[in-house]
Design a protein around this ligand. Structure first.
Ligand code: AMP
Length: 221
């Protein structure tokens, strides 16, 4: 099963993608996470990308596409994958299809997480991530056992540089401008499934699971 997960910043893409990856044994590819890791590792590409990310802007397509293409060559993509945060422009969507065609692969579904602006601001402002392993927490919704420390690896929890009001406003604006053409592109292929992401993580994941079980059943028929 090859999936894309879309939705505005703070909709829960990363959290749902990890739950889906674990349940269906997929490879999880998050472009945002790849950029953050490359920045923390002081890689030139990461430092370049950070200049755009901290302002809430998209990283230019040439940088993003080369990173994705390189990653797709390295991971065991044939076992199935979930792409999180990519594509974010129509050009990326078209290029992704070209890459997948070369690999004789295709997208099975696009999960589009739907959430109100008020909820996503609340989620983003309270979000904390592990500096070391990038696990995601929230100051009220998903607290670590020990404040400021990652449950999984003991790393320090920090706020992302782009999780500020200024950057959120810009990121949301960009999402509204760029997501429609991408959703229209996949809608024409009948691949888009809207998921209500307003509820808590567990309830949203039940919606996701119901959908994916349905898709799996149909694929077997
Ligand atoms: P995310 O972790 O998905 O919220 O991504 C964090 C930031 O990384 C975004 O706000 C963008 O600046 C950048 N980014 C992630 N994925 C992409 C992409 N596919 N294209 C361009 N920029 C991206």
């Amino acid at each position: 099963m090859n999936l894309l997960i879309m939705g505005p910043p703070g909709a829960g893409k990363g959290t749902q993608a990890i739950l889906i990856k674990n349940m269906y044994n997929l490879v999880h590819i998050s472009t945002g996470e790849m950029f953050r890791k490359a920045y923390m590792d002081k890689e030139p590409l990461g430092i370049l990308a950070h200049e755009y990310i901290k302002k809430g802007e998209l990283v230019p397509d040439d940088i993003t596409l080369s990173l994705v293409e390189e990653t797709l060559k390295k991971v065991p993509i044939k076992q199935g994958f979930i792409l999180d945060g990519f594509p974010r422009t129509l050009n990326q969507a078209v290029k992704l299809d070209e890459i997948l065609e070369r690999l004789s692969l295709k997208i099975d579904a696009v999960l589009n997480l739907v959430i109100s602006y008020e909820s996503l601001v609340e989620r983003i402002i309270g979000r904390r991530i592990c500096k070391n392993c990038q696990a995601v927490y929230h100051i009220t919704r998903m607290k670590p056992k020990v404040e400021g420390i990652c449950d999984l690896c003991g790393g320090e929890l920090i706020q992302r540089k782009d999780d500020t009001y200024e950057a959120i406003t810009r990121r949301y604006e960009i999402y509204n401008q760029t997501s429609k053409p991408i959703l229209d592109y996949y809608q024409k292929k009948n691949l888009v499934y809207n998921i209500n992401s307003e509820d808590n993580i567990e309830v949203s994941f039940i919606h996701v699971q119901k959908l994916l079980e349905g898709l799996n059943d149909n694929a077997k028929k």
